[in-house]
Design a protein around this ligand. Sequence first.
Ligand code: FAD
Length: 438
Amino acid sequence: YCANEPNSLVSDACVSYSTLERLNAELRPSIQYLTHNTDFFTYYRLDLYGRECPFWSDDQGFCGNRACAVDIADEKDIPESWRSSELGKLEGPKASQPTSSVKKGEPSPFRGGLGEETAESCIFEPSDIDKRDYCVPEDESNGKNSVYVSLVDNPERFTGYAGVSAHNVWRAIYQENCFDPQPTGNSPLATFGAVQNLNALKTVMDRRKHEVVQQNLIPPPPEEQCLEKRVFYRVLSGMHASISMHLCWDFMNQTTGQWGPNLQCYKERLHNHPDRIQNIYFNYALLLRAVTKLRSNLKSYTFCSGDKRTNELTRKRIAALTDGLAAHPPVFDESLMFRDENAPVLKEDFRNRFRNVSRLMDCVGCDKCRLWGKIQTAGYGTALKVLFEYDENAENGENPTLRRTELVALVNTLGRLSNSLYAFTRFSAMIEKERMME
Ligand code: FAD
């Protein structure tokens, strides 16, 4: 697969850099509009402070910089149907994603009654984990700990969060990639669900977190491994590289107090590591394919703003994105994965490991980084779920439920990658300019 690829191809996606850049130029206005101008995609509800790191205790890892803080949205600024007062109006979750809205004048099937253009999915999200989920879902129904955050008001950028705490999280994330011939045997976190003695696990992780001070134990990329394991690594490394791209692109100059690109930061973290750039492109291809696969599902999706016109505008922009994508040949072929006789076991291992990566986000000591870390792991988790658990031609109800948080995370993660491609071309132009002046 993808053998003898010329250098211009993104390996394991077999699509050229220039194709993805052309696609990005075409799709970016729609992605930008969705992630900056629609209520549905700019507000994210999550449990940002209530969950303890399940793997180790790290009292010193807390980031107190102003840039690490998150501004919580005031409930009066969000559409009525999403406010806490609306939660609990329902009898309970339906088995499948409702596709039709409650029409004016019709008797409401719900206890409290929902407004026009509002469906059950707008105010109730199943928080139970589905065996086909690749992430631990955000518990939206947990009114006490959940908050709404405007993603526009809290951009992903340089925060100053660094050192042992950040390294421990990255290290534990990459350790999930240490697949071995006996699935779920090797990783300290992989058997999380079955761990009998959580304290023993915490002790192991606490001990290991000090090792990182002495040596950087990020495992090397698994070039010798099978396609699925390489893909797992690429998703993690591409996410890490995209985060690095954003913190270098929107960096705080300590001398002037101004935010702006930091070329030196880019050179150190990314320019000298072409594999990391390649993994950003790889992730972009993977997410584009997932969004394309949702094309028909999104045509009838309820966008929950409570306002018909706003919902219609959101639907039109999503359609512009998915129709635009469908007009091009696919950029990622998920059917090549999980094909041999070990596929079911390998897939379960893959899923469990990715869920652990999502759990690790509660160990991030900076609120802003945790917010975007949670969104992006949820975005990749949703993409993987859509790629490997969804059947485009299945009857309604056969596919797993797509929660609102998952869709918001998916589109915002696509937005992050689209920004990373843009920042990459701008940084490359700066380097070229520097070279010409030498
Ligand atoms: P790190 O980025 O911490 O990397 C550690 C080691 O990992 C490197 O030495 C290298 O060996 C390896 N590595 C680095 N990049 C890759 C890659 N792409 N693929 C494979 N291996 C790699 N900081 C902010 O300023 N803003 C944020 O929004 C932010 N979000 C974060 C979200 C999460 C989930 C985490 C864990 C951290 C976040 N941070 C953020 C911190 C940031 O990612 C760095 O950890 C920090 O800037 C310190 O950087 P570093 O140079 O020490 O290397």
